[in-house]
Design a binder for this molecule. Sequence first.
Ligand code: SAM
Length: 242
Amino acid sequence: MSLINTIACGDCREILPTLPAKSFQLAFADPPYWVGFDYGEKTDKDMAFIEPNFLVNELRRIADVVLVTPGMRHFYDYPKCDWILSWNKPASTGQSKLGGFCVWEPVLVYGIPSKKVWQDSFTALGGREFDADFHACPKPLSLLKWLIENFTEPNQNVIDPTSGSGTTCKAAFQLGRGYFGIEIDPNIAELSRQRLLQSQPPLLAVGGLTQRAADGYAASQQSSLFAVGEQPAKVSGAKRRR
Ligand SMILES: C[S@@+](CC[C@H](N)C(=O)[O-])C[C@H]1O[C@@H](n2cnc3c(N)ncnc32)[C@H](O)[C@@H]1O
């Protein structure tokens, strides 16, 4: 059964090694920063560490190009990358204990993009989408759309091993790409699935819906999209903002 256009509930450290090589064109990983960030009932320091070398090596085996937002605390734990993009967030008010560094964040690039990426920075305000309010720290949808548009073509597939509120999946879906998300928290996984079910299908200028996007959207209207993962016992509401 295809995993495309599904969000699995599970530990990416267990699921990634089961995936075939080169099955995605792009991987985007936004792992916890492990800085004590408040997720409501726990902090990100309570989450098991995903070893950076393991994460990057596994994603490079699975995908042509890998993008990672490492945060600063563990930035230097990551293997040497091929390129660094800057996510600019000028309205950010966060203050780092390191002495600033709150108006941009690095996006590490592993692998060579298949097409020219004409700029190495993108500005996206940190504000969240209304439909991601259940998550403590979603990335901006506009940032993910910019990355996916620049690093993939329509009908290609994107994997996010720590998919959280499903921002990567929503961006991919709306751009006519396939997605596969992995999220360890059952409540977040279920809420992100609901977010995807409520997302608009892609409205492409040329030729209307791509076939894959149209198929995915039709399937989402008929039944649960999601073949992998457990059903959560309960779905809790909004968490704290970052
Ligand atoms: C920084 S958040 C990702 C936010 C996401 N980019 C978004 O826009 O919503 C990291 C997510 O990784 C999840 N996570 C932590 N450890 C994980 C693991 N081992 N496998 C899969 N997901 C994990 C957390 O529950 C959290 O939702």
